[in-house]
Design a protein around this ligand. Structure first.
Ligand code: DGL
Length: 270
């Protein structure tokens, strides 16, 4: 049996944090990672436009790559477009949505924050996760306009100043005297790219929840474990803009196991 083809999709490079976990859990697969950088950042796109953009891009990518499974490694897209994707395409989709349930279960102070794009924290879907799963936990929603862009800059070798990152995460840290935030859900796949800086800039230590490992487990459940002795697969990356990575980014991509990189241009309709 041939290795399964897995398409991993995000607005940019944040989905690499999901890709690396999937590749570690299921190396015997052929991966295509597509960053819709021509549409980045998704957090700034209105809901109706984002739905039609993701469907249009996915039309092209599914026809081109014929994946056995698609991972939408983007909270901003998953919290909005998953139902339409599942209706339109027969291929299974795995989404990435804010890990509110495990965060609330793990929190001892019962004060958690959800850090995502401004769009994700406003979504109906996110509000419903809180209503259904927060229980006794108080949840602070923090929408960041710039953190995903800072994560992209970090991978391009142009890190944002500490003060600018600190300003984006500041509202996550709630101190009520008797109790304070002990858990922060990273509800944007870009943010784990900044994790050492988030830890360093946090005013006190908290658990940052990254759902990537759980997503990888779900992928393995769906496609099954690799047969014994199966060879390593391939890992290709492309940008919808058709650009080539600059050297600093190419070096960072190598660290994610995306070598050799074959950059193909999906030639998306305008
Ligand atoms: N990586 C995307 C997410 O998980 C968002 C970044 C963007 O605004 O495009 O939400």
């Amino acid at each position: 049996m041939s290795a399964p083809a897995i398409l991993i999709f995000d607005s940019g490079l944040g989905g690499l944090t999901v890709f690396r976990e999937i590749a570690a859990a299921r190396a015997a697969a052929n991966f295509v990672y597509v960053a819709d950088d021509a549409g980045f950042p998704y957090g700034h796109i209105a809901e109706p436009e984002l739905v039609s953009r993701v469907l249009r891009v996915m039309d092209v990518l599914i026809a081109r790559h014929a994946p056995d499974l698609v991972v939408i490694a983007c909270n901003t897209a998953s919290t909005l477009v998953l139902p339409q994707l599942r209706t339109r395409f027969a291929v299974p989709f795995v989404g990435t949505v804010p890990a509110i349930k495990p965060a609330c279960a793990a929190s001892r102070s019962k004060l958690i924050s959800v850090l995502g794009t401004e769009a994700t924290v406003q979504r109906e879907y996110t509000r419903k996760l809180i209503a259904d799963f927060a229980g006794a936990c108080a949840v602070t929603l923090v929408g960041s306009a710039r953190l995903a862009t800072f994560a992209e800059a970090e991978l391009h070798g142009e890190p944002a100043p500490d003060a600018e990152i600190a300003a984006e995460i500041d509202a996550c840290f709630v101190d009520e005297g008797a109790r304070r935030t002990d858990t922060v859900v990273l509800a944007c796949t870009h943010y784990p790219l900044l994790i050492p800086r988030l830890r360093r800039l946090a005013p006190w230590p908290v658990a940052f929840i990254d759902p990537a490992a759980a997503i990888a487990r779900r992928v393995v459940e769906l496609i099954g474990p690799a047969p014994a002795g199966a060879p390593m697969g391939t890992a290709r990356l492309s940008f919808t803009s058709g650009r080539l990575p600059i050297p600093a980014l190419a070096a960072a991509l190598a660290g994610f196991g995306l070598e050799p990189i074959v950059v193909d241009t999906p030639a998306l309709p305008a």
